[in-house]
Design a protein. Structure first.
Length: 309
């Protein structure tokens, strides 16, 4: 593994190794002094061209725990405003001494493009509507922790599947680990028929449902997604109230899902739209566990890419 660009190209063994490493590293976070010298002397460049709270902060925290230096870059106020290209910017920052690049960008494929032109590892922290591999890894770790396995589960992903990079990485990640993935949402937010073969990695392991109940019935895991309005161009949703009524997750879903099914969300949440306020008190809601696991997973990814092991 030279880069982490997407889940699609990882194999099951890669995923298992990262999860195992993350499980081992997580213990460091609970020490009185949560810091080890493992990546001392390494510099990580965090290049976020889109808003981020959890992802950026947890990469930064992961670097600090492993003693790597971080350099943060803000497009505003940089020479990008004078017309410098992204590639030139990154090459110059590389020349200033950087060992790994973490990038989030609104154009799908940006991390792959940069990886082709740089001699350092590149980690995709979310590229357009394409993928968000570290989010899927932390989702897998959270489910493995709570349910003990990823094999044979039914995972329902609800909402804006078409524009959500989290959905895409989760669809690939859960199938690779032996879970079946059912997606549901209004037709205009679902993959089109011709796209379905791209998502179905294993025959019978991926299903698109127009009906919420079909996706949720007997689910072990339910993942709610934010509607990605910033990626819609022309507004696609006529009414958020109506969306909440038909596809929002509220206590009515408890009749359909399995007892003890996990409820997840990558954040940021629009309460009252994709999740009703009551669901905050649902006892198997693991949204903050996901955030905590984000640090451990990102530590594992940094360590694998920077220590050469
Ligand atoms: C997601 C993202 O940016 O793709 N957030 C995250 O990284 N946790 C999901 C979203 O913005 O809806």
């Amino acid at each position: 593994m030279r880069h982490l660009l997407d889940i699609y190209h990882l194999n099951r063994e890669d995923i298992e190794e990262i999860l195992l490493l993350a499980e081992n590293l997580r213990e460091i976070l609970h020490r009185p002094i949560p810091k080890v010298p493992t990546l001392r002397g390494k510099s990580v460049l965090l290049l976020f061209y889109e808003p981020s709270t959890r992802t950026k902060f947890s990469f930064e925290k992961a670097c600090k725990v492993l003693s790597a230096d971080t350099l943060s870059f803000s497009a505003k106020g940089s020479s990008l405003e004078k017309g410098e290209t992204l590639l030139d910017t990154v090459k110059n920052l590389r020349a200033l001494g950087v060992d790994l690049l973490v990038i989030r960008h609104s154009f799908s494929g940006t991390p792959h493009f940069l990886a082709n032109h740089l001699d350092i590892p590149v980690v995709n922290a979310g590229d357009g509507t394409h993928e968000h591999p570290t989010q899927a890894l932390l989702d897998l770790l959270t489910v493995k922790d709570k349910l003990g396995t990823l094999e044979g589960l039914k995972v329902a992903i609800v909402g804006d599947i078409k524009h959500s990079r989290v959905a895409h990485s989760d669809i690939f990640g859960f199938q690779k680990m032996g879970s079946r993935v059912f997606v549901a949402g209004p037709a205009y937010l679902l993959p089109e028929d011709r796209e379905i073969p791209l998502y179905e990695l294993r025959k019978g392991y991926f299903r698109v449902c127009l009906n919420l109940r079909e996706a949720l019935e007997d689910a072990d895991v339910v993942i709610a997604l934010r509607v990605q309005k910033e990626r819609h161009g022309d507004p696609l949703i006529p009414s958020y109230n109506e969306y909440a009524e038909f596809f929002g997750l509220s206590p009515r879903i408890l009749e359909w899902i399995k007892e003890g099914a996990l409820l997840m969300h990558p954040g940021p949440i629009n309460w009252g739209v994709e999740l009703s306020h009551e669901m905050e008190r649902y006892p198997f809601q693991v949204i903050l566990d996901q955030v905590e696991n984000g640090v451990a997973v990102r530590m594992a990814v940094l360590l694998r890419l920077l220590s050469g092991e």
